[in-house]
Ligand binder design. Sequence first.
Ligand code: FAD
Length: 386
Amino acid sequence: MHFGLSEEQEMIVSTVRSFVEKEIYPHEAEVERTGEVPRELADEIRRKTLELGFYACNFPQEVGGAGLGHVDFALVERELGRGSMALTHFFGRPQNILMACTGAQRDRYLLPAVRGERMDALAMTEPDAGSDVRGMKCSARREGGDWVLNGTKHFISGADHADFVIVFVATGEDMTDRGPKKRITTFLVDRGTPGFTIRDGYRSVSHRGYKNMILEFDDCRLPDDQVLGEVDGGFAVMNEWLYATRITVATMSVGRARRCFDYALGQAAERRQFGQPIGRFQGVGFQIADMITEIDAADFLTLAAAWRLDQGLPANREIASAKLYATEMLARVSDATLQIHGGMGLMDDLPIERFWRDARVERIWDGTSEIQRHIISRELLRPLGA
Ligand SMILES: Cc1cc2nc3c(=O)[nH]c(=O)nc-3n(C[C@H](O)[C@H](O)[C@H](O)COP(=O)(O)OP(=O)(O)OC[C@H]3O[C@@H](n4cnc5c(N)ncnc54)[C@H](O)[C@@H]3O)c2cc1C
């Protein structure tokens, strides 16, 4: 067993860390203030990421990516987690579900996405179907040899900048012992397709500038070659390619917690009350001890889950544990950091109130904490017949 990083991994970490510090941190306050990422800034971050050779680093080399494994990619995401999500979004990591593209889809979607020429967004959630994906109402019916899509998706991150959307819709229903079960198909839908509208979503307290959008399909007509994977095979594509995305949430939470912790430690050492640094008071010093212990635990849990993926081992429970623990750890660490800063922690002169707000969504998206607990307990109980 070896817990250290290789020379190459150390290089990945230091390259991405310095990119985030140099290219992301200076713009964060402005994005926070305006809730917008100017197009020129987005283009500049994308261009610099391409120059660095890190754009689409999660894709195999044969399609133009850097071919990083799961642990290496987790290290990238961990460092990106330190920065504003609205900005690091343009350090492009297209959805690896695009690897399911076949034939002409590769030239129209996969390869331009890897080259940074086209951006994607992924749409599953609907107003009445969040955790319960199969409850979706958005549907596609067959008509004159085409598919006709109708329905609404909401909370779709990054769709404001997306050139196309990977969307999951119901294409039928089977009767099972446990009642009706929707069949799902995945479609690639270009911005500008008649009957497809992208409009502003809600204003979130977390990750300002990283917008969530509402997608509307109103008799949106698509030919067969817009189907990604097999017709009715949406869950197969989802399970094959989206399996690992929860690790991203976990690793980014670890990165953000480490940035938060640097502020907490600095404040504990420098802020003096009653004639001594506040860190000398056990009430503060013990918080610092608990924070770093939890951050390290989340880091190891996350990297171990990524390592299992690299080994081809089952990792569903481990990924769920990492997502659950890292996101709940971030909530505790960002809250304690704010507490250690006293009143100034709440003021937007420091980024701490932002870390605290940003932390909130991590327990909700990509499967809520309750859904992760459900996955973990199911994986443990099912083999026992329960
Ligand atoms: C800012 C933001 C960006 C997002 N980006 C995207 C995106 O890009 N693409 C996309 O498709 N989706 C996206 N989502 C959607 C996100 O994945 C969902 O919000 C999440 O899955 C929860 O769904 P919901 O909000 O409808 O809550 P619900 O599913 O309605 O859940 C409400 C509560 O009930 C609990 N609950 C539900 N079912 C169970 C159960 N079986 N057991 C125990 N508790 C349960 C939940 O844990 C939660 O506490 C985004 C969400 C947000 C907030």
